[in-house]
Design a protein around this ligand. Sequence first.
Ligand code: MRU
Length: 339
Amino acid sequence: MRTIDWNDESDSIVMIDQTLLPLEYKIIECKTLSSLCEAIRSLRVRGAPALGVAGAYGIALAATLSSANDMDALTKDLQVAAKTIKATRPTAVNLAWGIDSTMDAISDAFSLGSIKDVVLSEARKIADQDVETNRRLGKHGAKLLESGDTVMTHCNAGRLACVDWGTALGVIRSAVETGKDIKVIACETRPLNQGGRITTWELMQDNIDVTLISDSMSGHVMSRGMVDKVIVGADRITGDAVFNKIGTYTHSVLAKEHEIPFFVAAPISTFDPENWEDTVEIEQRDANELRFLKDQQIAPADVKVYNPAFDATPMENVTAIITEKGVFYPPFLLDELLV
Ligand code: MRU
């Protein structure tokens, strides 16, 4: 099944609960906006492209639930829903993009009923496009990988971070599909272990060779010549930086030091030409994510904690950006790249 989808029978959003992986594969249903917001905040659905689709289906859900009986009142309900969903996670730009694209579609509607149809069909279009986009991106990126390569990745930029296929892992899947022998090193990605729990699980499902390391081992494996290339996804790409899961910046510095190509794979919807590194809000997460490992306390209960979810990698550390439009090399002039 897709990571996230719309259920016509129950008029609800269905998704794989990623917090339970790899121990349990469970599909959950969000029938209310508050359950969707909870699912986004707690990372049951996560990853920039999947969040874009969650936002889009969130607007469709709000339209279905609204009891407004004229177009203006429904539009107001959807505006409130848009604001509420956007506030759940501020850094991944796709969430706002998915919501805004769906809201923009309202202008095509001519009646109360057609608003509901229009937003749902726009959300479905965004979901379908995500799969096509990743396929195209994967094909472009696969050309950068050679048979025999070992590729290091961070967090999860795979099918579970998208509707299907994946961005960084989509590139790897596409290369494997063409017959290349690719091995993957997955960084654990503390504190929520998306690499250890999800990337490894996903790749093992596809029989792609994967080895798990802790985040602190990346310099060691690079210095030992165990990594040929690094590929990561992105939550937001500004003119000067790539925002991705905390720890990405460290890997980029180490890759530069060891002259290992550092690739970023992301759809055009992840680009944010309006912002710069210092104008993007980095999501700060709950202190208990570091004080506890699941229910097990692993640090003093009242220790001070700093827990940003993302970091910014400067463009000078990026070898190439892989998008559905092709592979781009420095200087990364966003205005030209987004034409
Ligand atoms: O906090 P998360 O798990 O949503 O963070 C996800 C990442 O940082 C991914 O690398 C990024 O969204 C790219 S996913 C294709």
